[in-house]
Design a protein around this ligand. Structure first.
Ligand code: UD1
Length: 386
C-alpha cells in the first residue's frame, strides 16, 4: 500500500517523525507492505525553520519538495494544489495523510479528495471556534473531507460528533506530539540551557545569563498578536517595563515577528533592553530544554501549550481562545488564556510566578499514538482492498 504524507511548516515536522518511525517498525514485521512518500510543500524553507528539524529528529528528507515558499494564503494553497495534483497523478497513492493545521493540509485534503484518494487527518477535531484564524479554516476543511480522523483528546471527539461526523471515522489515538516528546526528551534534558541561549543569541548582551527557573520563555507568531502595530507595541511595552522587572525574557523569535518588529520600529526597544534575550528560532531539543527550566511560558503556539502541560510549566496562552482546551488549568493542564489584554496578562503572570511546576498527562498522551495510527490505517486500507 502506498501512502503519501504531506508536511509544510515547522509544527508538522515533529508530528510526522513518529508516524514515519511507526511505518518503518510496521514494515519490519509485515514484509515492507507500506510504501511511504513524504512531500514537503516548502512553506517553511529557512534552515532553522525546516532542515534543522529533519536532521535532529532523523526524519528522512522529503521525497518531493513542492517549493511553494512564502506568500498569501491563496498563493500558498493554490501553488501547493497545482503541484500536488501532478504528484498524485504520478504516484497514485492509496491514501493521503495530512497532519496538524497549517496551509499544507488544506491544499493536501482538497487535492486528495478531488483525485478520489482516501484521506486521513492526524490531529483531527481541534476547534478554537475562531474563524479569523487561518488554521481553523484548514482544520474544518480537512476534517470534513477525511475518511479517518485521528483525534488527540476526548474533547476533539465530542467536537466532531457535534458536527455530525460519523462515529466510525473518528479514531481516538492520543497526541502524536507526545510521541516525539517521549522519544527525544532524554536528549533534550541533557542539554545545557545557558549554552542554548549563548549559541542562538541574535544580538550580543553584556549581562549574565539567567539560571534555571529564573526566566520567562516567550514565543509569538500569530497574525492577531504581531500584525497590528498597536497590539504588538502594547505587548512589547509590557515585556520591557514589567516582565523584565521580575524575570529576564528568553525569546526565540519567528521570522514573521522579527519582520513586524522592524516594520513597526520596535526592534531597537527590544534589542536595547538588557534583560530581553532574542534568539534565532531554536531546534526541537533546545526548545524542550528551555521549557523544562523556564519559570513561566508566554506563547501563542499550540505546540508549546502542549509541551508545557507535560513538562508542568505554568503557561500563559496569549490568545482569546484555544483549540487545545485540554492544556488549560480548568481541564487539568497548566495554561491560562490571557489574550493580548495587558491587564489579563499581568494578573495571570503574577499568578504563574507563584505556581510550582506540576507535570500533567491527558489520556493517551503516552508516546504510542503513531503506532495506533498506523494500525488503523492498515486496517482501513485492507478493508478498502477487499
Ligand atoms: C505557519 C502556520 C501556523 C504555525 C506556524 C509555525 C499556516 C496558516 N500557519 O504560520 O499554523 O503555527 O507556521 O511556525 O500555515 N518565513 C521565513 N522563513 C520561513 C518561513 C516563513 O522567513 O522559513 C517568513 C515569511 O516572510 C512569511 C512569514 O514568515 O511571510 C510567515 O510565514 P507563513 O508560512 O506565512 O506563516 P507562519 O506565520 O509561519
Amino acid at each position: 500500500m502506498k501512502i503519501i504524507s504531506i508536511v509544510g511548516a515547522r509544527p508538522n515536522f515533529m508530528k510526522i517523525a513518529p508516524f514515519i518511525r511507526a511505518i518503518n517498525e510496521h514494515n519490519k514485521t509485515h514484509n515492507n507492505e507500506i510504501e511511504h512518500i513524504l512531500i514537503h510543500t516548502g512553506q517553511h524553507y529557512d534552515i532553522r525553520m525546516s532542515k534543522l528539524f529533519f536532521d535532529e529528529l532523523q526524519i528522512p528528507y522529503p521525497d518531493i519538495n513542492l517549493e511553494v515558499g512564502s506568500g498569501t494564503h491563496a498563493e500558498q494553497v493554490g501553488k501547493t494544489m497545482i503541484k500536488l495534483e501532478q504528484e498524485i497523478h504520478k504516484i497514485k497513492p492509496d491514501m493521503v495523510v495530512v497532519v496538524g493545521d497549517v496551509n499544507a493540509i488544506l491544499a493536501g485534503a482538497v487535492t486528495a479528495k478531488k483525485e478520489l484518494v482516501p484521506l486521513a487527518h492526524i490531529e483531527a477535531g481541534l476547534r478554537s471556534g475562531d474563524m479569523t484564524m487561518p488554521e481553523e479554516i484548514n482544520r474544518l476543511v480537512a476534517d470534513r473531507l477525511s475518511d479517518l480522523l485521528f483525534t488527540p483528546d476526548e474533547i476533539s471527539n465530542i467536537n466532531l460528533l457535534k458536527e455530525g461526523v460519523d462515529e466510525s471515522k473518528i479514531k481516538f489515538v492520543g497526541n502524536i506530539m507526545i510521541d516525539t516528546f517521549e522519544h527525544e526528551k532524554e536528549k533534550a534534558f541533557a542539554l545545557n540551557h545557558k549554552e542554548i541561549i549563548a549559541k542562538n543569541l541574535m544580538f550580543g548582551k553584556n549581562t549574565e545569563l539567567p539560571g534555571k527557573e529564573e526566566f520567562a520563555l516567550v514565543t509569538m507568531h500569530r497574525p492577531s498578536n504581531v500584525d497590528t502595530k498597536e497590539i504588538l507595541e502594547d505587548i512589547i511595552n509590557f515585556f520591557v517595563d514589567e516582565v523584565t522587572q521580575e524575570l529576564p525574557i528568553i525569546w526565540p523569535i519567528h521570522p514573521r515577528t522579527i519582520n513586524r518588529l522592524k516594520e513597526f520600529g520596535l526592534i531597537d526597544k527590544v534589542k536595547n533592553t538588557n534583560k530581553i534575550f532574542l534568539l534565532h528560532p531554536v531546534g526541537y531539543h533546545e526548545m524542550i530544554k528551555l521549557n523544562s527550566v523556564a519559570k513561566v511560558v508566554m506563547t501563542d503556539s499550540g505546540g508549546l501549550q502542549e509541551e508545557s502541560t507535560v513538562l508542568g510549566t505554568p503557561c500563559l496562552t496569549m490568545r482569546w481562545n484555544t483549540e487545545r482546551p485540554v492544556t488549560l488549568l480548568k481541564y487539568g493542564g497548566t495554561s491560562s488564556i490571557v489574550g493580548n489584554d495587558i491587564k489579563s496578562i499581568r494578573k495571570n503572570f503574577e499568578e504563574a510566578l507563584k505556581t510550582p511546576r506540576t507535570p500533567k498527562r491527558p489520556t493517551l498522551w503516552d508516546g504510542n499514538t503513531a503506532k495506533r495510527i498506523v494500525e488503523e490505517i492498515v486496517d482501513f486500507l485492507k478493508k478498502e482492498q477487499e
